[in-house]
Ligand binder design. Structure first.
Ligand code: FAD
Length: 508
């Protein structure tokens, strides 16, 4: 009697109850397959880091005495899809049962449901024992109406009794310290440098290239800088807590040419592959606060991201898929400009954010939302294109978290399921939050005419062309009022400028 237990590349959770006992009748199976590398074009570092972390995890399981079969991408026996591989592995081991953890992505969950039916073995699906909210319960709760994140987050704080006083009220008397968390970064305190683990993955990269996998971005295979094991992820977390958490909240929305990462944690890859558990990350932050090493505003701002946003977007995903992936409330149809794949644009903010993403497979939240996302929204780019770009380029991109952030938060293509208004800004936002405009070929103060920053005219064009839907939104009363106060000639010149730019997006 042998049970095959499938582990996916984002199921590297060493604390899963499966691993509490060693069983001779269980064979763990991990596989690097083309069906996963090819559903979208991924960043080279993403493919490298996931495969390398899978290999580390498999080696750790084996040295702990578990039976395991690992299929490398170049293995001649690898048939490159879960279903095909499971068939021959089941035959080889004489499997009498199949078990797996629930997949986080809709696409994969459907494929595995089909695979297990096809295998014809008794099958069971267990929780990945990672998230803090139950997916089925959230799916039911969010099916008709999705609450705003703030209310969901407060419930989670109460449920887990985090940062609460004895009477159940929030520490410090406030649930939310966002108002203290929007500063521009003046260049000090010095931005935190992430750890540099420097993995030499040249051999693995050769295997990936030999397999013919198409990727984007710089591989940096000889010195990959992401944490690839639980041990490294724990060290990375400790480094963040000591060095960056104290300033996390205050400069959370800042952008700078001087630092790609500012005080962000870089923990999303370790979290999304489940090398780290969300509650241990939250506990580490709260312990630092209780030891007087981080302020309440910084700690609350960080906890909110993991306990709030991360669980919330997953709830929306599972409540609204598969339809959510097709939503296009603003009927946006333009292709993404070609420079999203090269960084070759004269707009300094986009050039910086895109080049950095290609170079490192990382951009922090405000770069994703208010630089690349903002431009795609204002220019009316097709959310399918935008999704594919985000799903491919970032090291942490898995659809359950990428899709609601991109289609919902950033592109407003869900018509307001996730956010009460589109997140968008003109050049004045860029100037307020960062230093990208310094030395840009475009002029941030100009709406139209020679060298006018495209964000300005596109910002107004966006509001005008969607006035029928967005004009009724009370949260957008300010921009619509500001627009109505503009001289009609100024309005006409601004809209004409936007039309010129929209006709030549690839050359901006
Ligand atoms: P920090 O700023 O240090 O935040 C700490 C942690 O909080 C993150 O590691 C992450 O786990 C969590 N978190 C913060 N914001 C969010 C959020 N909005 N949704 C979910 N979790 C959050 N995050 C992904 O993990 N994968 C994605 O594919 C992804 N795509 C995005 C696409 C767009 C258009 C936008 C606007 C955001 C996206 N995010 C995504 C959310 C967020 O930008 C990243 O989680 C964050 O930038 C990761 O960097 P960090 O670990 O340094 O985060």
């Amino acid at each position: 009697m042998t049970t095959l237990r499938l582990l996916l590349g984002d199921q590297l959770n060493a604390s899963h109850s499966w691993f509490r006992e060693r069983r001779d009748d269980v064979v763990y199976v991990l596989m690097e397959v083309r069906s996963e590398t090819d559903y979208v074009r991924h960043h080279a570092q993403k493919v490298l880091a996931i495969f390398a972390a899978m290999r580390e995890f498999a080696a750790a399981l084996q040295s702990a005495g578990h039976r395991l079969h690992y299929l490398c991408i170049g293995d001649p026996l690898n048939q490159q899809s879960f279903i095909a591989n499971l068939h021959w592995l089941a035959a080889q081991y004489g499997a009498t049962a199949f078990e797996r953890q629930e997949a986080d992505e809709w696409r994969l969950e459907q494929a595995l449901i089909a695979a297990q039916a096809d295998l014809g073995l008794p099958a069971s699906v267990v929780s990945s024992e990672h998230f803090l909210a139950d997916r089925q319960a959230l799916a039911q709760r969010f099916a008709d109406k999705v609450p705003r994140m703030e209310f969901f987050y407060r419930e989670m704080r109460k449920r887990y009794r985090l940062l609460l006083d004895a009477d159940g009220q929030p520490h410090g008397g406030q649930w939310n310290y966002d108002a203290e968390n929007r500063d521009k970064w003046p260049g000090s305190p010095a931005a935190t440098t992430w750890l540099q683990p420097q993995h030499d993955l040249s051999v693995l990269w050769d295997e990936i290239v030999a397999a013919g996998i198409a990727t984007l971005g710089e591989p940096h295979a000889a010195s990959l800088n992401w944490p690839l094991s639980r041990r490294e992820a724990r060290v990375w977390l400790a480094h963040f807590i000591t060095n960056a958490l104290p300033h996390f909240g205050q400069f959370q929305d800042a952008m700078s040419r001087q630092s790609r990462t500012l005080f962000h944690s870089g923990l999303s890859f370790a979290l999304n592959t489940k090398m780290l558990q969300p509650m241990e990350v939250i506990d580490a932050a709260i312990n630092a606060y209780e030891a007087g090493k981080a302020t309440l505003a910084a700690t609350e701002g960080f906890v909110r991201q993991i306990l709030g946003w991360r669980e919330y977007v997953r709830g929306i995903y599972w409540a609204r898929m598969p339809g959510y992936a097709k939503l296009n409330a603003l009927a946006a149809t333009r292709p993404l400009p070609a420079w999203y794949w090269t960084g070759d644009t004269r707009m300094a903010c986009l050039q910086q954010a895109i080049s950095q993403s290609l170079e490192t497979a990382y951009a922090h939240h405000i770069q994703r939302l208010m630089v690349t996302g903002n431009f795609a929204l204002l220019a009316g780019c097709d959310p399918d294109d935008v999704d594919a770009w985000y799903l491919g380029i970032y090291i942490d991109a898995f659809e359950w978290v990428e899709l609601p952030n991109t289609r919902g938060m950033s592109q407003f293509a869900d018509g307001g399921v996730l956010a009460s208004k589109p997140y968008c800004g003109s050049a004045s936002y860029m100037q307020r939050q960062g230093d990208y405009c310094k030395g840009c070929a475009y002029q941030p103060k100009r709406r139209h005419g020679e060298g006018a920053c495209p964000l300005n005219s596109l910002y107004w064009h966006f509001h005008v062309r969607h006035a029928d839907v967005l004009g009724r939104n009370p949260r957008l009363a300010m921009p619509y009022k500001a627009w109505s106060k503009l001289d009609p000639a100024e309005q006409a010149a601004t809209l004409a400028q936007a039309e010129v730019y929209l006709a030549q997006l690839d050359t901006l």
